[in-house]
Design a protein around this ligand. Structure first.
Ligand SMILES: Cc1ncc(COP(=O)(O)O)c(C=O)c1O
Ligand SMILES: N[C@@H](CCOP(=O)(O)O)C(=O)O
Length: 545
């Protein structure tokens, strides 16, 4: 492969194996990494080799599920999941989508295309991966539990953190599934009313919503602390639905290929092999990381553009080579919207109009860091094992520094240059988000959600730089999920009516339905005790006691 990362053994028949970004956990199967979620050394799982999809052009006419089968088969050996079984899992996962193309591509104007990823059950891009992950968990559990009864059965306790979208998508992917309990933490009062209602109106017995008195980063830290606790992790068999789970990233690779093929059909000027730019509204770096895998597999991507909101740790990394949490000091002179309350928090996270991206530390960035460190290590001309070990050590050192000093860097010049070879970044303020929503409503009568608007605003800047290269901007959520921001932008525009223009029938009356949610303090031990108690209760009910 051109960029130095080893090619996938899975292409020549031997099973793909996985290792941790911190280096101490390696040689794992796909099933192990999906069920474990987070590595025991605290790292994230990555494939030992990125498969080279040299035959990708032959996939051009495949439907979304058939394309998914080809892409996923490069990472999941048939000795782990026979091809027919994998096809069944994939077909079930995408049968719940409302659009026949699963993820349709819409031409906005000129070189700008919008990839609509919100046609799944919860109206957000997370459904693409979480419908699949829910069915994958079910498949592994059914297989593990054949002939077992009672406490001998493998019971998975899923713990997740959400700023709104992962939670509902995970709940819809796992509700009512046997042998799974789901606990989703969200920052109390900091998710949109529709998102809150989507999660808390699901009353299935295996679903538990926990409103944490803190930020999304606090919720994410609680989840990581639970995984790091050997007692609860092994006794309750914890599973992850956040994008720390490799299966989340894997499933998202598919739509980069699919939209590239859609573009080749939509534009007579565009031929297979031509370069494209993808622009991705980014928070936890999971979505854009899937694009990085597509690029490394051979899809002709000229650049991946990381689009952040005012929580801009990633944008600052690409501009400076430093990865630093920076305490917020208040509404910014540039772009702040005082009337909408861009608040500063002691943790440094700002509340913005794109709350799903209000993240201080992007967990998947660690995965990219490993690949950057791996390429850097190659400069020493040692063997592959040495390169992998070096990459693990480098990542561990950076992450330690992030924890102890709230940041690290600048990273070595070569590492920064490698990051800039494949990525660019843009930061979009709240006022620019609002302007973009207005602009597209008035220009083409299309309502963007605020996260998508960040991608579109970044796309316009990128188009100015990149001239004629087509841009695919990822639309990550339906605008009805973020009524506050959409209304703020469009309330005074003529012809705008939220109920008529935006609200899908599925959301009518949602906020008044019966809800179930428990408030918990921002303390991982309090969450641990609650999870233990609830799982015990569920198991006892299943035992019939
Ligand atoms: C609507 C929306 N857009 C963008 C993002 C950012 O995606 P990622 O966290 O994968 O970078 C999220 C949440 O993750 C989201 O819910
Ligand atoms: N924006 C996310 C935050 C969680 O990110 P994940 O992709 O790691 O699950 C959300 O909507 O919950």
């Amino acid at each position: 492969m051109s960029n130095g990362v080893p090619n996938g053994e899975s292409t020549n028949g031997s099973p793909q194996r996985y290792l941790s970004t911190r280096g101490d956990d390696y040689d794992l199967s796909f099933e192990d990494v999906v069920l474990k979620g987070l590595a025991s050394d605290g790292g994230l799982y990555i494939p030992e080799a990125i498969p080279d999809a040299s035959n990708w052009q032959s996939w051009k006419d495949l439907s979304f599920p058939d394309l998914a089968l080809e892409v996923l088969s490069l990472y999941i050996s048939p000795s782990e999941i026979p091809r027919d079984d994998l096809k069944g899992i994939i077909d079930r996962s995408y049968s719940t989508f409302r659009a026949p193309e699963t993820t349709p591509l819409k031409h906005l104007h000129d070189q700008l295309y919008l990839l609509e990823l919100f046609h799944g059950p919860t109206f957000a891009f997370k459904d693409v991966a979480l419908q699949f992950l829910g069915n994958l968990f079910e498949y592994f559990l059914v297989r593990r539990n054949v002939g077992k009864t009672g406490r001998d059965r493998h019971h998975l306790t899923v713990v997740g953190a959400t700023s709104g979208d992962t939670g509902s998508a995970a709940i819809y992917g796992l509700r009512g599934k046997k042998d799974v309990s789901v606990f989703i933490t969200h920052p109390k009062g900091r998710v949109s009313p529709i998102q809150e209602a989507q999660m808390t109106t699901v009353l299935d017995k295996n679903v538990h919503n926990l409103a944490v008195t803190g930020t999304f980063d606090d919720c994410q830290d609680i989840v990581k602390a639970l995984f790091a606790d050997p007692d609860i992790n092994s006794t309750l068999k914890l599973g992850a639905v956040n994008s720390i789970n490799w299966a989340r990233i894997l499933a998202q690779i598919v739509y980069y290929f699919h939209s590239y093929f859609s573009l080749s059909k939509a534009s007579s000027d565009f031929k297979l092999g031509d370069k494209v730019r993808f622009v991705v509204p980014t928070g936890n770096f999971g979505d854009v990381l899937a694009g990085y895998f597509a690029l490394r597999m051979g899809l002709p991507i000229e650049k991946l553009v990381v689009a952040t909101n005012e929580n801009d740790i990633l944008d600052r990394f690409w501009k400076t080579g430093k990865y630093e949490k920076k305490p917020a000091t208040g509404p910014e002179a540039e772009g702040g919207l005082p009337q909408d309350g861009v608040k500063a928090h002691e943790e440094g996270v700002k509340e913005t109009l794109s709350p799903a991206m209000d993240i201080l530390v992007s967990s998947n960035f660690e995965r990219l860091l490993w690949f950057l460190a791996y390429e850097y290590a190659q400069g020493a001309k040692m063997d592959e094992e040495w390169n992998k070990k070096q990459a693990g050590q480098e990542v561990t050192a950076w992450l330690k520094q992030l924890k102890s000093s709230s940041g690290f860097g600048p990273v070595p010049k070569e590492v920064h240059e490698t990051a800039k070879r494949d990525f660019e970044s843009e930061r979009v303020s709240d006022s620019q988000t609002v302007e973009t929503i207005k602009q597209y409503f008035n220009k083409i009568d299309y309502v963007l959600d605020p996260h998508t608007a960040i991608g579109v605003a970044a796309s316009l800047r990128s188009i100015e730089r990149a001239g004629q290269v087509p841009h695919i901007s990822l639309s990550t959520a339906h605008p009805a999920k973020f009524a506050g921001a959409v209304e703020l932008a469009l309330k005074d525009e003529s012809g705008f009516n939220f109920e008529e223009k935006v609200l899908p029938p599925e959301f009518h009356g949602l906020e008044t339905k019966e809800k179930r949610v428990a408030t918990v303090e921002n303390d991982w031990k309090a969450v641990r005790e609650l999870v233990k108690k609830q799982v015990e209760e569920e198991l006892r009910t299943e035992d019939g006691n």
